[in-house]
Design a protein around this ligand. Structure first.
Ligand SMILES: C[S@+](CC[C@H](N)C(=O)[O-])C[C@H]1O[C@@H](n2cnc3c(N)ncnc32)[C@H](O)[C@@H]1O
Length: 313
């Protein structure tokens, strides 16, 4: 299959590079990789043989590493401006973040509440040196909400806070916490909505552990927004399996088919605590959740961006 050959070929080249810091060569290879993957939305990655799965998980790590370098590079440049927020469009993927932010806002708005309330406190886990999702949501969509950004890396947080420090409004509403999210416990109860970055939990097991931790501490009824990947885009980002969302109702899953790479999974922490009686019952809950996802939310609604597919999985 041409796609697989192409992806493996690009992986070979990327894995031989000494550094994944931004350069013409690195940028070209990642651009080729993204363009190779975007059109293949119907391929089921789970059916590929083990050697290709191995390439895939290595590729996801390389993509994550390169994304970290790219974000740090542009955050440093932006930090040299008097007001960095006026220059965000120098980041080559800024328009993707504007689209993704709008998409996530629309999805959230539809499910957040039956009243016209908006979330008061939002957390973004894995915000990185260039926390564009929080910046876009805080600037354009949730203008009275505070955004608590969590990152394990203190240098990412200092770069990120520099970006908003000269903005009177955002510097008050964007708060940065340096912590491994696995060590943050009761504080998580304070958030109406928690976003989990695609790159926190690089494989199914790591992702499941983070989700289990969030399930343990999030407030009942709070919303968890997850980023996943569909079709060949799963060569770029980890896939969130809805079956690992124990303790949550999966409300819907969106698979963009344009240049927004990530799928969005929205789920709500159970309102009533679940008393697991025995292992068998626990399994039943899992399968019930998987099937409830099938039927929970399949009525189409108007998305401003077009090109979006709402898929029930
Ligand atoms: C650079 S990316 C930023 C977000 C990215 N644009 C996305 O949507 O995934 C991921 C960030 O997650 C942080 N991270 C990874 N694991 C983490 C954890 N367990 N707790 C907190 N932050 C974590 C990394 O330090 C990194 O800065």
């Amino acid at each position: 299959m041409i796609l697989i050959e192409n992806v493996c070929h690009i992986y070979e080249k990327l894995s031989k590079l000494e550094t994944l810091k931004p350069s013409k060569e690195v940028d070209n290879l990642f651009t080729q990789l993204v363009h190779a993957c975007i059109p293949h939305s119907s391929i089921n990655i789970a059916t590929l043989p083990a050697n290709i799965q191995e390439v895939r998980s290595k590729l996801i790590r390389l993509c994550g590493e390169a994304e970290g370098h790219l974000e740090a590079h542009f955050s440093t440049i932006l930090g040299s401006f008097k007001n960095p927020l006026h220059h965000l469009n120098i980041f080559p993927y800024y328009s993707n973040y504007l689209k993704l932010g709008r998409l996530e806002y629309d999805i959230l708005n539809r499910h957040y509440s039956t009243t016209s309330e908006t979330p008061k406190r939002v957390a973004f886990v894995g915000s990185g040196p260039l926390p564009l999702t929080s910046i876009v949501l805080a600037s354009y969509h949730y203008k009275n909400t505070s955004f608590h950004n969590y990152d394990i890396d203190s240098s990412a947080n200092s770069m990120a806070s520099r970006l908003v420090s000269s903005d009177h409004d955002l510097s008050r509403r964007m708060i940065f916490h340096t912590a491994n999210i696995m060590d943050v416990t009761n504080e998580l109860k304070e958030y109406d909505v928690i976003f989990l970055a695609a790159l926190v939990g690089m494989n199914i097991d790591e992702k499941a552990k983070v989700i289990q931790h969030l399930a343990k501490y999030m407030a009942p009824g709070a919303i968890l927004m997850l980023r996943s990947a569909h079709g060949a885009r799963a060569f770029l980002y980890p896939v969130v399996d809805p079956n690992v969302l124990e303790g949550f109702d999966v409300l819907s899953i969106f698979h963009p088919d344009d240049d927004v790479i990530n799928s969005v999974v929205i789920s709500r922490k159970f309102v009533e605590p679940v008393n697991y009686i025995d292992k068998e019952y626990q399994l039943d809950i899992g399968s019930l959740m998987a099937s409830s996802c099938k039927y929970c939310d399949i009525q189409p609604f108007t998305l401003p961006l077009g090109h979006m597919k709402m898929i029930d999985e």
